[in-house]
Design a protein around this ligand. Structure first.
Ligand SMILES: Cc1ncc(COP(=O)(O)O)c(C=O)c1O
Length: 276
């Protein structure tokens, strides 16, 4: 009963905001993180502080300092989209030791299944210890069911009960629920995807290093990188080569790690358009 199902984990973010934030309330997250947090908070007439990142990482100390008496929620994407970086067990421990009890801490773990770092925190331990946390997971990423729209949140039963008053009774469809249950048993798919992602990541790191592209080491299924040139121009030129990446502002770009053939095609197009 402490599980909330959502029409994608996106809907759970929306449900939490609609349940716990009134106009004028405040939330905190990081700059350069998943845009839905600020879009939904603002749509609910809330205020949100987006704390600058430190070297591509969430700055949990500054996030703690940004909490006010109006703060209802903190959003932590871990791993973060688009940087692929994580907050560690030690970062989260310090943060949770000082965060006010009445602030709901949302750990958005959409990409958790890709993580290989031993420093990745066990956020469930805070839930078990009775903290006001919600942990969001999705079937859209490693399970590959994005089009079916299904995700879930794990939280305290009191929080689920409140969200259930706001949630539409049939917010997730039965086809997605059947697929999600089957996906949970399909451990070989997850292992395979993890292996392909790890091998793709190592290939891309090697190629980036050899052509002198700067990137952030990732714990997710995408890599955040810069070529030293305007990102928009690189994005447009890549599109003409038939390769879709994401421009993330300035020189910053994000590429999703693909199958070996796709990764090779991406690298050869990138070499061509960046003149390297
Ligand atoms: C950090 C993060 N959280 C949540 C989502 C939402 O995923 P979905 O609504 O498909 O479960 C995404 C999707 O891009 C994401 O990057």
């Amino acid at each position: 009963d402490a599980v909330i199902l959502g029409n994608g984990s996106n809907e759970i973010i929306e449900l939490l905001v609609r349940t716990f934030m009134s106009p004028g309330d405040h939330a905190v997250t990081s700059d350069n993180s998943f845009s839905v947090y600020h879009l939904i908070v603002r749509a609910a007439n809330g205020n949100i502080t987006m704390v600058p990142m430190q070297d591509g990482h969430y700055d949990l100390k500054k996030i703690r300092e940004s909490i006010t008496s109006r703060t209802r929620m903190v959003f932590i994407a871990n791993p973060n989209n688009p940087t692929g970086t994580i907050v560690t067990t030690a970062d989260v421990r310090d943060f949770m030791n000082s965060v006010p009890e009445d602030v709901l801490v949302v750990f958005d773990e959409a990409y958790a299944e890709y993580v290989t770092s031993p420093e990745y925190p066990d956020d469930m331990s805070y839930l078990r210890a009775g903290h006001n946390v919600a942990i969001l997971r999705t079937f859209s990423k490693i399970y590959g069911l994005a089009g079916l729209r299904i995700g879930y949140g794990l939280t305290k039963i009191e929080i689920t009960n409140m969200v259930n008053r706001v949630r539409q009774p049939f917010n997730t469809n039965s086809l997605a629920q059947v697929a999600a249950l089957a996906a949970l048993d399909d451990t070989s798919h997850v292992e395979n995807s993890r292996r392909i992602n790890k091998e793709g990541k190592e290939f891309l790191y090697k190629e980036f290093d050899s052509i002198g592209i700067k990137y952030l080491p990732t714990e997710a299924n995408f890599i955040y990188f810069q070529t030293g040139k305007d990102g928009r121009e690189i994005f447009d030129a890549m599109l003409k080569e038939g390769v879709i990446i994401r421009h993330m502002g300035g020189q910053n770009l994000r590429v999703t790690i693909g199958l070996p053939e796709e990764n090779r095609r991406f690298i050869s197009a990138l070499r061509k358009v960046s003149g390297r």
